[in-house]
Design a protein around this ligand. Sequence first.
Ligand SMILES: [Zn+2]
Length: 318
Amino acid sequence: MSKKHRDRNWAPAPPALGADAHVIDNHTHVASVVPFSRAMSHEAQAKGQPEVPVYSVDELLHQAQEVGVEGVIDCGCELPNLMTAVDMAREHPGVVHAAIAIHPNESVLHGHRGVPGPDGLPLRYKPWHEVSFDDAIAEVERIARAYPRQVVAIGETGMDLFRTGEGAKELQREAFRAHIALAKELDLPLQIHDRDAHREVIETLLADGAPRRTVFHSYSGDAEMGRIAREHGWYLSLSGTSSYKGNDGIRESVRIVGLDHVMVETDAPYLTPMPYRGRTNAPYMIPYTLDALAQYLELPIDEVARATRATTREVYGV
Ligand SMILES: [Zn+2]
């Protein structure tokens, strides 16, 4: 489908999960869904397409609950929005929980104006990047300690070699190591962002010693990586990409680690599950990902939902 004819509207709501099979969206960016959908709304208007409504955070959370997604772990991973996730958690106790960190693509910018990206051009440098990485992660630690009821994880951190060139690789690794140390210090689960960096991420975890609860967010590994995860007791959080044709390695890894080490997430506003790949993602889309997983495992969807919910409780205590 060409971009010109892309449907910018929200996907319809999936059938609701059973009353005893409610789940948590284990990694999402709800605050980002609002401006993202506003942009979609403007684009649709410009193209003369049907009107696209813009929903508030409250409405998005309500829509999720209507289909059995009872809560979310919202991720704040840029210095200026760490408190956005924490404030959302304070406003919605028991429904929203926060994960905070300095994202790998952010970590390389702090105090390093003009680090070249893969195309040799500087990555997008913003005023808050004047703060050194050490000061930025000190702020992550301060907030995590100040809001222990809201902050349930350190993340997303890790390595991203898709957007970051070789020059920044070691900066990213050092930032990742600092997050690993912080998660262990606070005994919080670690949510890992691993894009095109399986080997580097695994090497670093093994060299430093992984936190007790280590989660690969939007897991993208193959069966071999699934076996490594099983060996070390690491958890896999599946986004909509687990429903995409061709991602057999992700699905095979689920069989390898078992559902007691698997969770589901949206990573909204991106990575929308099939059959709505390309639309705006939001927590209410989780049942589509569960449905694809249930079909692959040949299990009832509610059984898969209950199993992933139990894993979430085990890992995050929520
Ligand atoms: Zn994310």
